[in-house]
Write a protein that binds this ligand. Structure first.
Ligand code: GTP
Ligand code: MG
Length: 195
């Protein structure tokens, strides 16, 4: 994949109508602060088009990035943001669910899990939810640079077991610092978009 153009095209808040896109969409979900916006920047080859923050709860809208006028990368708000009040959390859960099951152009979903941690109850629920809606989520184990090489296989195994993932579920370790894992993600995007 070669990135020729990127543009933030649509921003949806809780009450916004979701866009009726013609181009295919690929969405990124995961706990708050796991690195969704950083991964999207890495894929787009931009430092900060998608806004990131060390404080969880940065992305509070569903953002559609048009790439090459060929497809959209969809940056979702994180779940499990402890400071958000219950009502806001519930509204966001509903909005994300609505998007996942109503988008006609959603071709693939990526679920991001911090490679240092076992999946949480919310992560497991999200994985099952995506499967329920007919997706085969691709798992990205983020923040690869934060652990020792010797720990990588053990952590990948813990993520697979924790999610009760299917045997053929793809798990890619990724670092937004070194961009390790990016080529594999580009190859996957190419194959998703050629289906
Ligand atoms: P929300 O929008 O709050 O849901 O978070 P997000 O999932 O979009 O996370 P974001 O990309 O904003 O990253 C959160 C923090 O983690 C930022 O301080 C990033 O710099 C950092 N971060 C993200 N990916 C990596 C990584 O691969 N390695 C390291 N070391 N830090 C990372
Ligand atoms: Mg974000």
């Amino acid at each position: 994949m070669v990135i020729k153009s990127v543009q933030l095209e649509t921003v949806c808040g809780i009450t916004s109508k979701l866009p009726d896109n013609i181009l295919p969409e690929i969405a990124f979900a995961g706990k708050s602060n796991v690195g969704k916006s950083s991964l999207i920047n890495g894929i787009m080859n931009r430092k900060s088009l998608a806004r990131t923050s060390s404080q969880p709860g940065k992305t509070q809208t569903i953002n559609f990035y048009n790439v090459n006028e060929v497809f959209y990368l969809v940056d979702l708000p994180g779940y499990g943001y402890a400071k958000a009040n219950q009502e806001v959390k519930a509204q966001w859960g509903k909005m994300i669910e609505r998007y996942l099951h109503s988008s006609k152009q959603l071709k693939a979903v990526f679920l991001l899990i911090d490679i240092r941690h076992d999946p949480s109850a919310n992560d497991k629920q999200m994985y099952q939810w995506m499967r329920h809606y007919g997706f085969d989520p691709i798992i990205i184990a983020t923040k690869l640079d934060k652990i020792n090489r010797s720990q990588i296989q053990k952590q990948l195994k813990a993520i697979r077991v924790g999610l009760e993932a299917q045997k053929d579920t793809i798990i890619i370790p990724y670092s937004s610092l070194s961009k390790q894992g990016r080529e594999e993600i580009y190859d996957l995007l190419d194959s998703i978009l050629s289906e």
